[in-house]
Design a protein. Structure first.
Length: 359
């Protein structure tokens, strides 16, 4: 099974205080543990990120953050999974082991690396097989004896209606689309396309890929009786290879914005993948609070309490499910349109129709 890991950026917000607000930074010490994990039953490896909050009245928080050892508890954490079926009966469990993220090819979020220490980058790992629809309970016991808990129901699978695997896809006709249904209890979704193409420069061929994030953590607005979703790619104009100025195509616009014009390059569009992702209600709630915090800080307002669904701590424990539709190819109409369209003509994509006539 493909190993996949998904992490959210841990946001440390600086809340603006009114001048008359007073607080004691040397009040009694309290251990604050922060845990983040998002489980996907399709993954063979599961990771929980556990750190601690810190405050030192003699040292800048920015300096402390750069020291990786300052981010972790002194002593061993005891981290457990408990798995329950839909009847509430425990069916499995596991004790997570601390690992170095880089040993699994996992690196910290790029923007964090400018602020937070990265060596070591410790995570808690389990390879326990988990099933859709079950509930996973996370239990963390700190060296000081504090116990943190959280639970999440693992999202179910879902079906993709269109397109079909191993099919040709037309992204140049009027309103090409993809449609799928939503897992029960999913609250947010994402959709991305991975586009593969080849580039030949003076006989040197290289294979390229682009990731097009079409939708990211958008709320689901379907009803219980109709859980279907679809995305329609923006198309305008009666003729897919027309040169009229009103012609618009989201896919062509994306290629034109992300591929550099090179008169020496000849390109061939190869294949694509559709990547569908769903997240639980806690992911929606988390992002709503983050958005509110950003608006409040930008507007000079009061700080908003951070979101957490970790009892006796801070952080996020959530569920996601994903599916990738592989081995899709482009039909001849799309390839000819890439050759002719004023959006992509300068990218030198090859046509497949002999002596194609561009209107």
């Amino acid at each position: 099974m493909k190993k996949y890991v998904f992490f959210l950026l841990l946001c440390f917000s600086l809340f603006l205080q009114n001048c008359e607000t007073e607080f004691n930074i040397t009040s009694d010490w309290k251990e604050i543990t922060i845990a983040y994990g998002i489980l996907n039953h399709n993954d063979s490896d599961h990771f929980i990120r556990i750190q601690k909050a810190f405050l030192d009245e003699n040292t800048s928080a920015l300096k402390i953050a750069a020291i990786a050892d300052s981010l972790y508890h002194e002593g061993d954490l005891f981290v457990e999974f408990e798995i329950y079926n839909k009847n509430g009966i425990q069916v499995d469990g596991d004790t997570l082991q601390v690992v170095e993220g880089s040993d699994f090819g996992i690196e910290k979020y790029t923007d964090e690396n400018t602020l937070f220490g990265t060596d070591p980058f410790l995570l808690y790992h389990s390879d326990l097989e988990i099933s859709a629809g079950n509930t996973c309970r996370l239990k963390i016991t700190t060296p000081a004896g504090n116990v943190l808990t959280s639970s999440v129901q693992l999202l179910d699978d879902f079906m993709i209606w269109t397109p079909r695997i191993n099919s040709e896809y037309n992204l140049s006709n009027r309103e090409p689309r993809t449609s799928w249904n939503t897992p029960e209890d999913a609250a947010v979704y994402g959709l991305a396309l991975k586009i593969f193409y080849s580039e030949d420069i003076n006989g040197a061929v290289s294979h390229k890929e682009l990731l097009w994030n079409i939708a990211n953590i958008l709320p689901i607005t379907t009803t219980n009786n109709n859980r279907n979703l679809e995305h329609i790619f923006g198309i305008e104009g009666d003729n897919p290879i027309s040169q009229v100025s009103e012609y618009r195509n989201d896919f062509f616009d994306f290629l034109a914005s992300n591929i550099e014009v090179n008169g020496l390059a000849t390109r061939t569009i190869d294949s694509l993948q559709f990547i569908y992702t769903f997240g639980s209600q806690s992911m929606f709630d988390y992002n709503q609070v983050i958005a509110a915090q950003q608006q409040s800080i930008a507007g000079g307002g009061q700080g908003i309490k951070p979101y957490t669904n970790i009892d006796n701590g801070l952080g996020l424990f959530a569920s996601r499910t994903s599916k990738t539709l592989y081995r899709l190819t482009f039909d001849d109409g799309t390839k000819d349109s890439l050759f002719c369209s004023p959006k992509t003509r300068e990218l030198n994509f090859e046509a497949v129709t002999p002596q194609v006539r561009c209107k």
